[in-house]
Design a protein around this ligand. Structure first.
Ligand code: AMP
Ligand code: MG
Length: 339
């Protein structure tokens, strides 16, 4: 398939992409989190093609992207709590799972009676949704299992020739996918952490919990969020997370660099103690937002190095750190080395 690359994002060009969406075609759009592989959410065939283009399992549902929060009325059963969240966090990197209405086909939700709703703040995504006049179902625009794309170049690597168009929006601001929460009466549960943190959400919903699978391997055959059970975000070499105090971790990395052909993913402060070969940093020790911004780019960079293993620092599990922790622990297949 010939993929139209849209690098000039003037309104006329977004109009072309919107027309493709209306015709049931696939368009990759930038969002503030990661790039999304979009299709008209009301078109069953287009939605099915999204799974095919990604190689995504047919039991991992898609997020429906809307131009404004109250458009959710058309597609889902909303609540007072939804609007409280919308007022504070939409548009932005928050996905809310609500009971679906009949217009949303089961191809989007993988047979579930709920639908995931998000209102992106990225201007290009917003214009595309508005001009196409339909809700856009979009998962991250990576091949299934690979790190999510946070730049146009990442999307080209995975999707050129597999979709109808790709819009260049430069680097994504956030770098990790949206926070996903499911609402129940007056409580909520975080299914996937993101830039919008547990602490911020607790301000609006005092009764909020974090699903067990956010930090641990999901053992249930029927997880709250199907995406939880898949190995994810993985570069081609195995990743091992390393936990312990700073000095011991540095000593461990040094020993690995002497004895193995390995890659190291560390904090900025660690780099001065280590050999620069196959070494990548992903932000300061306490700069979780930078770590989130850099993570997927760094995981992809290891694929252009020929290393047998990647040793990475375990991030904090507080604030935005929890989002980084959640992605890295999946990239590592849940293996943590304690030193
Ligand atoms: P991605 O599209 O790659 O950002 O992943 C979307 C995430 O949202 C996956 O982890 C899905 O399993 C999750 N998700 C989408 N729809 C639902 C739903 N109705 N219920 C629970 N999780 C959902
Ligand atoms: Mg994804």
């Amino acid at each position: 398939m010939q993929t139209l690359l849209i690098t000039n994002t003037d309104k006329q060009n977004i109009e072309i992409a919107a027309k493709l969406i209306k015709e049931g075609k696939l368009v990759v759009m930038p969002t503030e989190t990661v790039y999304g592989l979009g299709a008209n959410a009301l078109d069953r065939e287009a939605v099915t093609n999204v799974y095919k283009a990604k190689g995504r399992p047919m039991d991992n549902p898609l997020i429906v992207h809307l131009a404004k929060a109250d458009d959710a009325e058309k597609y889902a059963h909303t609540s007072e709590l939804y609007y409280k969240l919308a007022e504070r966090f939409m548009p932005g990197p928050l996905t809310v799972i609500l009971p679906k209405k009949d217009v949303i086909p089961y191809e989007v939700t993988c047979g579930l009676e709920t639908v995931a709703i998000r209102v992106p703040s990225n201007g290009i995504a917003h214009t595309l949704i508005e001009l196409s006049g339909c809700p856009i179902a979009a998962p991250s625009a990576n091949l299934s299992g690979r790190p999510s794309p946070t730049s146009f170049e990442h999307v080209i690597e995975d999707m050129n020739g597999r979709v109808d168009a790709i819009i260049d929006g430069g680097r994504c601001d956030v770098g990790v996918e949206s926070t996903v929460i499911i609402l129940k009466d007056n409580s909520a549960e975080i299914l996937r952490p993101g830039l919008i943190t547990y602490e911020e959400l607790k301000d609006v919903i005092p009764d909020i919990t974090v699903n067990e699978a956010v930090k641990n391997q999901c053992t249930s055959s029927k997880p709250a969020s199907p995406g939880m059970k898949y190995r994810h975000y993985a570069p081609s070499s195995p990743v091992y997370l390393v936990d312990g105090d700073d000095e011991r971790i540095i000593a461990f990395f040094k020993e690995k660099q002497r004895n193995e052909n390995c890659g190291i993913l560390c904090f900025d402060e660690d780099a001065k103690y280590l050999n620069k070969t196959n070494l990548l940093t992903f932000g300061g020790h306490f700069d979780e937002e930078k770590q989130a911004h850099e993570l997927f780019d760094m995981l992809r960079k290891f694929d252009s190095m020929t290393v047998d293993a990647i040793y990475a620092r375990l991030p904090s599990d507080k604030g935005v750190g929890l989002a980084v922790y959640n992605r890295l622990i999946r990239a590592a297949g849940f293996s943590i080395i304690k030193v």
